[in-house]
Design a protein around this ligand. Structure first.
Ligand code: SF4
Length: 497
């Protein structure tokens, strides 16, 4: 690699939340990464920056881009948002070439720190190799122990680096064979975009847990975690990278498809539909917005409420609230207003801090809710602290009743596939039954959409209990892969408060 440049950490003012992030103090789930790559485009690195900007909601801690100019690789990485790390146009002059890939990251396995910012890069026997990963390898620690024992020296604490070492130490003759050999050894969830001197490799794990789509801008080929990033860079959606598929694109735009894992039944993450993906993305052929709206319809059928207004917790509760209102006939109103100018530098001293934190982001529309019976719609409950504050906010504003409706089933298990969830003992639904949860958040009533209701909303007839169509482990505890690095206690969780 010719050049690696790194960017200093920004002030916290640049580290605002994702636009539909509703909570704080660890009470939201975070998608941990977004990836984007393009091959055959002029100023490929600036196309990647634009694509990553559209994926910013998938990771706000750090960002990196690697480019290749036909001879050498270049890289720029930094802590902060895309718009901050790549605010200076001169950076793109130092990222030349017609192939580039990038990554936005929330602190994931291995923690934060410049050395963990992706794409990771290594000089292998065949030349440079960069890798950008969305997901989590659930046997990375086990593999790493073995590799270190055999002499590998790791540069980062990221699970992703295991793949580089497996490729480097594989005995197969071609890079592609060595890459497939490495993938056969890893468990868990991965969508990957890799660059080599010969071109770009994009692939999804055999179950397709994490998303990856392909598009085109003219003759250049684009890969992205979500279709919204294709829209933003002006690419036409071509298709999803299929679960277990590995696509190789050379510098002439010739694409070859490989399926080294056979044809297992896919298990894409259903939470992408509920919360992680942007509502203007298309996932599995289904509009994410329509899925969320339909969850609200199912919720209204399953858990009606006598109320005057349907109020979303903005922004993530809005589509489900629209669906709930349409099905129930109860008017939809913006009873909570979200500030779009919240940074983390404004620190309140003392006990008022946490309360002020919620009120700075969300404030009750007092004139609307006073004296009204409210159906409050949110996407999920994690620890329950945010729900408690929002319900209190409605009561303080004069709401006569608050009925909480949640557009996902109870989240009572942790995710080990690249989504930051608290350990199981911190999840409200793992600690309490429905009645106790309602008491805890001080709602007059509480209901969650059923797992079958969720499946119906995303276009299935029902959940196939023998062979579920999605990964839904955070709702059911049925993990679709081995979890080698996590012992049974960690998966089962300690459930006392
Ligand atoms: S456990 Fe939940 S959040 Fe994690 S991949 Fe499965 S459905 Fe998605």
């Amino acid at each position: 690699m010719t050049s690696i440049s790194q960017h200093a950490a920004p002030s916290d003012a640049f580290r605002d939340e994702t636009p539909w992030d509703v909570g704080d103090d660890g009470d939201t789930l975070h998608e941990e990464c977004g990836i984007f790559g393009v091959i055959g485009a002029r100023s490929a690195s600036s196309v990647v920056a634009l694509g990553l900007h559209a994926l910013q909601h998938r990771g706000q801690e750090a960002v990196g881009i690697t480019s290749f100019d036909g001879g050498e690789f270049f890289s720029h990485r930094g802590i902060g948002h895309v718009a901050h790390v790549f605010k200076n146009q001169d950076i793109f002059a130092d990222l030349p070439g017609m192939m580039a890939s990038g990554h936005v990251r929330y602190s994931t396995t291995g923690g934060s720190g410049l050395r963990n910012i992706q794409p990771l890069f290594a000089d292998l026997a065949d030349g440079g190799f960069s890798i950008a990963h969305n997901g989590n390898i659930s046997n990375a620690m086990t593999l790493k122990r073995d590799l270190v024992h055999k002499g590998s020296i790791f540069q980062s604490t990221s699970d992703t680096e295991v793949i580089i070492h497996l490729v480097a130490t594989s005995r197969y003759p071609t890079l592609l064979d060595r890459f497939v050999d490495a993938l056969r050894l890893i468990e868990g969830a991965y969508a990957l975009i890799c660059t080599t001197p010969a071109g770009m490799i994009a692939c999804r794990d055999p179950l397709g847990i994490r998303p990856l789509v392909m598009g085109r801008i003219g003759s250049s080929v684009v890969f992205a975690s979500e279709t919204v990033a294709l829209d933003v860079v002006g690419a036409d959606f071509e298709r999803e990278v299929e679960p277990g598929e590995l696509l190789v694109v050379d510098h002439n735009g010739v694409i070859s498809s490989h399926r080294p894992f056979g044809d297992p039944a896919p298990r894409p993450c259903i939470f992408e539909q509920v919360y992680f993906s942007r509502p203007d993305s298309i996932l599995g052929g289904q509009s994410v917005y329509q899925s969320r709206r339909q969850i609200g319809v199912e919720l209204a059928k399953e858990a009606p409420a006598d109320a005057d207004l349907v109020v979303p917790v903005p922004d993530s509760g809005v589509p489900a609230a629209i669906g709930y209102a349409a099905e129930s006939g109860i008017p939809f109103e913006l009873g909570i207003i979200r500030s779009h100018y919240v940074g983390r530098t404004f620190i309140q001293p003392g006990d008022s801090k946490r309360h002020a934190e919620v009120k700075r982001k969300h404030n009750a529309n007092r004139a609307l809710v006073a004296g009204k019976r409210i159906v409050l719609i949110d996407d999920s409950i994690v620890r329950g602290t945010t729900s408690l504050k929002i319900v209190q906010m409605m009561r303080d504003a004069g709401a006569s009743e608050v009925h909480m409706r949640i557009a996902s089933p109870p989240t009572d298990h942790s995710c080990f596939y690249g989504v930051d969830t608290p350990e199981r003992s911190k999840l409200l639904a793992a600690r309490m039954d429905l009645e106790a949860m309602a008491d805890y958040i001080q709602a007059d009533s509480l209901a969650f959409v059923s797992i079958d209701g969720l499946y119906r909303a995303v276009g299935q007839q029902d959940r196939n209990a023998k062979c579920p169509q999605f990964c839904d482990a955070c709702f059911t505890g049925e993990y679709p892969t081995h979890l080698t690095d996590y012992d049974a206690d960690a998966v089962a969780g300690e459930t006392e408060a």
